[in-house]
Write a protein that binds this ligand. Sequence first.
Ligand code: ZN
Ligand code: ZN
Length: 579
Amino acid sequence: MSSITAISSFALIAALAAAGPQAQAQSAPPEATEQAAGDTDAAQATDDDPQERSLSSKAAEAAGKAAEKASEITGAVVDKVKAAVDKARADTGITDAETDQPSSAVAPSNAEIQRQTQPATNAGSAKITKPDDAAGAVATPVSAMAQGAPTKREWSRLKGVSEAVAADYKANLESLFVHFHENPELSFRESKTANRLASELKALGYEVTQGVGQTGLVAVMRNGDGPTVMMRADMDGLPVEEKSGLAYASKAMQEDIDGEMKPVMHACGHDVHITSLVGAARQMATRKNDWKGTLVLIGQPAEERISGAKAMLDDGLYSRFPKPDYAIAFHVAADLPAGKIEVNDSLVSSSSDSVNITVRGIGAHGAGPHKGVDPILVASHIVVALQSIVSRSINPLEPGVITVGSFHGGFKHNIISDKVDLQLTVRSNNPKVRDQLIAGIERTAEGIARGLGVPENLLPIVEYGFESTPTTINDTPTAKLVRSAFVDKFGADGLVNPPAEGMGAEDFAYFVQPETGVRGVYFAVGGTPEDELANAAGHHSGLFKVWPEPAVKVGTEAMTTAAMKLFATPPASLGASGQ
Ligand SMILES: [Zn+2]
Ligand SMILES: [Zn+2]
């Protein structure tokens, strides 16, 4: 029995050793893992791996200290914060009714305001207030957390829309963000989120249709002749247990579409997106004299399963509703400085294909391996050989990734099983490379299995196409136009242009594929204060958190600014699409 164990162990060890950097990344601490995995661009391009990363002891220690400190001051400042929020409402003259809170049923009660305002006093809370805000002046941790937020000089540039958004943030968006964060829902299970979005948007005068692509939502505002602009926000959370330490951390559990109960967390920041969509919807609705055309807002389900965009299109998004000339969206980025914007001219994110390989063998006693065909050995060789596809089969100047993220097989020490399930993610930036990688996986799996004696009728089954997205590519002329509008609005130093890292994916791609004729711009908005960036948890981590202020404000202003610019620009005036 021991010798058989050694054989299986040897195959696995050999596989892990050959995998090299992957194996190292798996055993590295979270900070190193983030870098090794290239997940730093999860913001501009989300990853679809819902695995929660382990707690960093350093981060946990820091969070613990922060929570301790915060709890000391919480009691003293809660009342002041509430008073400040009330004062801010009074100062701006904004009441729930005037800001079109859909109903008293959804407007926060005083008790809710107190509960929701409480996090503002917690270090480690994302509920930040700027130092020059009334509420922010009451507690040192609050102003400390605002480091990395735009400076007063930067804020002074944001006239008009900025002031209105700031007032809306205090009156509505901050509590709406907390509501969404506390109540995340899994992919294709975003019913309550969609209902809340619907009530917010109906109250603003939009025609709302729900159930588009299962839980998706479409809201339309027709405002005369002009371009049609679509704003997209993705709605889903992830099956991750929240360990952020935030006072409003999610405790939600939900059954996923496979029927399994899972903890749920907005661990990718989609709560920032939907809150900003409501913010932008309000700005556009109150500025109808400033634009002409048709505005389409969508709440997209299941981005994390890279399935929701396609589901909405398959359900008639571009035939039952006004087809857009332009489509815009953004992702909050934990790895970008808070409130800074990144707009790429062309490639935004890679293609992604989930691939399943079912390696079949013939079961036997572990002491008599010659009487069976060991699928664990076969699968181990396949895993190793897959890593030669990128290095030997594609143009070395083209990037590609094949990651085996799951390897499940076997039952017990002394049993040779008859099946191993492998789950892969495959990334590329070029359709030709994408095809080469998939073909290489099929060829390799089959060839290795044959070589190790798997009978013809039990060769591996390779499946793909069930979770996949093409590359997301911005329309270059439109991206340049939107960037220039952002520079006008936020100043040149409001934008950043970090080098690309990793091969994240995003199913916004489907909305702007060349055959649709829709010009797309997908950008990123930073969510972490500059001095926190080095220790920021990655997207999809239980420790993930972004600072909604300024991310929600800047997201709202940026979407509004981009839409205004696009309504003023006939698509034909931009010439040929730059894709
Ligand atoms: Zn994500
Ligand atoms: Zn995301």
